[in-house]
Design a binder for this molecule. Structure first.
Ligand SMILES: [Zn+2]
Length: 251
C-alpha cells in the first residue's frame, strides 16, 4: 500500500494501480482542457464587452438611468444605485440593497453598459421577488465561507499528514465540496438575472433587432465565465476525491 502523494513520490507514480493512474491522468487532462477553455472564455468576454462598449444605442440612456427605469417599472423603491470603482466591478449587494455600477456602465450609454446595468438590476429584482435560487445561494453564503476557510488549511495539512491524519484531507474535501456547490447554485442566479434584463429591455424597446442580439451576446459570455469557474472547481474536487480514495485503498 503506497501512502505517499503522487506528486511527492516522484517516480513512484509509475507503481500506482492502473485504475488510479488512469483516473488521475483523466482529471489532469480535464484540468488542462478547462484552463484553455477558461482562458478563451475570459478573452472572448473582455473582447465582447470592449466591442459593445463602443456601440451606442439610439436612446441616450446611461446605465444608471436604465437601472432606475427598471426598478421603477417593477415597483422597487428601496434599492440604491451607486457608482463603483474599477473595471467590470458591477454587482448587487443585497445586504444594503445597492446596485454598484462601474464608471463605464454607470455613465455609459453603450449596449454593454445598458445590458450590464439591467443584469445587476435583475439581481435586485430576484431578491425583491424572492427568487428560489437566490435564497438558496444566500443561505449557502456562511457555509461556503466556512467551507473555504476549512478547506484551505485542511487540504494542505491533509496532504502533508496523510499517514498520521487522513481525516484531515477528508475534512478539506467536505469543506471544498460546499464551495463547489455554491459555484453551481450561482449559475441559475446569473442566467436568470440576464433573462430578466433582456426580457425587460426588449419589452421597453431599449434594445431591439441586432442591438438585442448584441446585448444577449455580451451577457451570454459573462455567464460563461461562471460556468467555466464552476466546472474548474468541480474538477478540483474530483481530483482530491480520487486522490483520497486511491490513497485509502489497499490496491
Ligand atoms: Zn450577475
Amino acid at each position: 500500500m503506497s501512502k505517499c502523494l503522487y506528486f511527492m513520490c516522484g517516480t513512484n507514480f509509475v507503481s500506482y494501480p492502473v485504475k488510479l493512474k488512469t483516473k488521475i491522468m483523466g482529471i489532469w487532462t480535464f484540468f488542462i482542457l478547462l484552463t484553455v477553455i477558461s482562458y478563451i472564455v475570459s478573452i472572448q468576454f473582455q473582447n465582447k464587452f470592449k466591442k459593445y462598449s463602443m456601440q451606442s444605442l439610439p436612446y441616450s440612456l446611461t446605465g444608471r438611468q436604465v437601472a432606475e427605469m427598471m426598478l421603477a417599472d417593477y415597483g422597487i423603491h428601496d434599492v440604491n444605485i451607486m457608482p463603483a470603482r474599477g473595471y467590470l466591478s458591477d454587482h448587487y449587494n443585497p445586504a444594503n440593497k445597492t446596485i454598484a455600477l462601474s464608471p463605464v456602465v454607470y455613465n455609459g450609454n453603450s449596449i454593454a453598459s445598458v445590458a450590464v446595468a439591467a443584469h445587476e438590476t435583475g439581481h435586485a429584482l430576484q431578491h425583491n421577488r424572492k427568487y428560489f435560487w437566490v435564497h438558496v445561494r444566500s443561505g449557502l453564503v456562511p457555509l461556503a465561507q466556512l467551507g473555504a476557510q476549512i478547506s484551505t488549511w485542511a487540504l494542505l495539512g491533509g496532504m502533508f499528514l496523510m499517514n498520521a491524519a487522513p481525516w484531515l484531507l477528508l475534512l478539506g474535501i467536505v469543506g471544498y465540496a460546499i464551495s463547489v456547490l455554491f459555484s453551481f447554485v450561482t449559475l441559475p442566479v446569473e442566467f436568470d438575472a440576464s433573462r430578466r434584463a433582456l426580457e425587460w429591455m426588449k419589452h421597453k424597446g431599449i434594445v431591439g433587432g441586432t442591438d438585442y442580439q448584441k446585448a444577449k451576446d455580451a451577457l451570454k459570455w459573462a455567464a460563461m465565465t461562471y460556468v467555466v469557474a464552476a466546472l474548474t472547481s468541480l474538477a478540483t474536487l474530483l481530483y482530491y476525491v480520487v486522490m483520497f480514495m486511491g490513497l485509502s485503498s489497499d490496491d
